[in-house]
Design a protein around this ligand. Structure first.
Ligand SMILES: [Zn+2]
Length: 306
């Protein structure tokens, strides 16, 4: 009897080991380098030299990783400047055959105006967007590298949205033109769910649950925040925060892709904000913050079984 139990335990142990997927680690220094690289192009607001030069860089970067790339071009009104623009969403797909698919998105454009700057003279200047633009994009670039080396167990569609930060302050639906176009003209088969990352580079990262996200997909929110707790990722706070209109809203409203937003709007804190100011610079961001979100997403994706 004892022997029998022992054999069972050994078999059980082995099969468990066989099933276990090695979860890759998220390289925070490499991710932060992606943030610095983006900022080295200067502000990347639509129509700027930085925007067009970085789009060439991003396209090359992605094509080096995979041939499963879609570039979705579109026209839109940049509401904040009232100028018609051409936009580009970049999509890179991994484990393309999988039926269960998740979209992971971020915006790669930055804002044309620093309209929240305390110094009035700065308000007509474009934002460098180390956090608001580069941080989410940096996490996605590093995730794409990881998925290109170790194929994820479910399908992953990484989308770099253009033209998110083009809206008029106080008029939410004038933002997120890239995700608006994408959600109304899906260039890929519809993913089962989505996660947006935005403003995740803050040195003093604190990520409460974004309120709309909880309304849209509370199960995924709970799963992610519980996983963050299991992984001791202390930036994640199990409290409900602000309602934020971000790229997740058009995805849900137009395409019915339940999508949540991982965002830290208080940059750096409740009392003072670098958001949409000249202070949105790499010095106010950190590699460790990118790693909080990158590590969570890597563990979430590789923890899935198909
Ligand atoms: Zn913004």
């Amino acid at each position: 009897m004892i022997k029998f139990i022992l054999i069972l335990l050994i078999i059980g142990g082995c099969s468990q080991n066989n099933q276990k997927i090695d979860i890759p680690s998220f390289d925070e220094e490499q991710a932060f380098q992606h943030l610095l690289d983006q900022c080295s192009y200067g502000p990347r607001n639509p129509g700027s030299e930085g925007h067009s030069n970085f789009s060439i860089y991003l396209e090359k970067y992605l094509k080096n990783l995979s041939s499963d790339i879609i570039i979705q071009e579109f026209n839109y009104l940049e509401h904040v400047t009232n100028i018609e623009r051409d936009g580009k969403n970049f999509i890179i797909q991994f484990n393309k055959e999988a039926n269960e698919r998740i979209l992971i998105g971020a915006h790669w454009d930055t804002r044309a105006l620093s309209d929240e700057d305390l110094n009035e003279n700065n308000r007509s200047m474009p934002v460098l967007g180390a956090n608001d633009g580069a941080s989410g994009t940096a996490v996605l670039m590093e995730l794409a590298t990881i998925f290109s080396i170790t194929s994820p167990p479910i399908g992953v569609d990484i989308v770099f949205f253009d033209a998110e930060d083009v809206g008029i302050s106080g008029q939410p639906t004038t933002y997120a033109m890239g995700s608006e176009y994408f959600s109304k003209n899906l260039p890929i088969s519809k993913p089962n769910s989505g996660i947006i990352v935005d403003m995740v580079g803050d040195k003093y990262l604190k990520i409460p649950i974004e309120r709309f996200s909880y309304q849209i997909d509370s199960d995924t929110v709970k799963e992610l925040w519980n996983l963050a707790n299991d992984l001791s990722l202390s930036a994640f706070e199990y409290t409900i925060g602000y309602e934020i209109y971000d790229d997740h809203i058009p995805l849900w409203e137009n395409a019915k892709i339940p999508t949540i937003d991982i965002i830290d709007f208080d940059y750096p804190n409740l009392f003072y904000n670098h958001w949409h100011t000249q202070n949105d610079i790499p010095e106010n961001c950190s590699p460790q913050s990118l790693a909080q979100v990158g590590t969570l997403l890597v563990n979430y994706i590789y923890g899935k079984t198909n």
